[in-house]
Structures are given as C-alpha cells and as structure tokens.
Design a protein. Structure first.
Length: 189
C-alpha cells in the first residue's frame, strides 16, 4: 500500500491520541524547555521579537508556559481565523472560542506583515520536513501571503515522521522540529 498524505495524517493522529494519555504534563515541560532554548538562541540577534504562537488545542503541545514568559519581553501574536486562512493579532485577554474550538483574541485593525519567529503545531512531517497538519491548509495559505519568511519552529506532541515525501510543494517546511524526544534542524533550508 502506498503511503499518502491522508493515510500518514491518520496514522499520526492515532499516535498522538494514544500518547497524550501518558505523561502529558512532563512531555509539555520538555517541549517548553526546548522551545525556550531555541528562542534564546534567536534573541541574541534581535532585542524585541515578533513571535506567532498558537493557542493549544487539547491534542497539541501546551506551550502556554513559554507564551506567558515571553510576552513580558516580546510581541506575541496569535492566529485570528479569516475565511480559509488567518491573520495575526496581538495576544490579549479575554480569548473567545471560535471555529474548530480554537481560542482567539479579538480582531485587530493592526496589519502585521512581518514576524521573526512562527511556532506551528503539526501532526506529522515528511522526508523534506514539510508539515502535515489537520488538513485545512490554513497555515500554508497564511505563509504563502508573507513576503519575508520567519524562522519556523514546528511543535509536535509525539514524533511522527516518514522518510517518504508525501507533502505537496505548497506545504510549509520548518527550520527546526521540536518534540518531547527530538530536535531536528532542517539543514536543507
């Protein structure tokens, strides 16, 4: 049987669902520590960063500890859904539950065009370290609109990788992948 993007996504989602029951808090702490180390390397280049975070769903790595710490010294942005994609808005409370159960900050008239770092949740990665997401294509459409590519950090709760190249050419690739057990730098970029 040939591995397709959809069959690989299904395999990864099953793996994520099964693994989330075991040591979830510990795994979240491991990823948060790796994320903070990764951002600290980038902080040496820039003083105040613009960082796109995601607000975690139940089956994603909870990176709120890093978000809360980093918002003291950097500009934190989160996605605000618009049609089949999203725009970036400043992280501010209160958050409201929207489509797909995602918590969002209120809309903003700010038109943010440049970010330094993007932290992106993923389901799996292929041999090119391209993202297999939930199948809606929102992140792909969003990154396609950016003129300047940020440093992209993929976050995954359980390492799910295939050597096969199952992604499409428009699927985004990362600069680094972080999981509780792995850190993989993309040497091709």
């Amino acid at each position: 049987m040939t591995l397709t993007k959809n069959s690989f996504r299904d395999k990864c989602l099953k793996k994520m669902k099964k693994s989330l029951k075991h040591n979830k808090i510990y795994k979240n702490e491991l990823v948060n520590a790796k994320l903070m180390r990764e951002i600290s390397l980038y902080e040496k280049k820039e003083k105040r960063l613009k960082i796109l975070f995601y607000y975690p769903l139940k089956n994603e790595v909870n990176i709120l500890k890093s978000l809360k710490y980093l918002r003291k010294k950097h500009e934190i942005l989160i996605p605000f859904m618009e049609g089949k994609s999203f725009k970036m808005v400043p992280f501010r409370l209160p958050l409201k539950k929207k489509k797909f159960g995602i918590l969002e900050a209120g809309n903003s008239i700010k038109n943010i065009r440049k970010i330094d770092i993007a932290i992106v949740p993923i389901v799996g990665v292929d041999g090119n370290l391209q993202r297999v997401g939930y199948g809606k294509g929102m992140y792909d459409r969003f990154f396609d609109k950016l003129k300047i590519k940020p440093y992209i950090i993929f976050i995954q709760p359980e390492f799910c990788y295939t050597k096969n190249k199952v992604c499409d050419k428009y699927d985004i690739a990362c600069d680094v992948l972080l999981t509780p057990t792995n850190k993989i730098k993309n040497e091709c970029l």
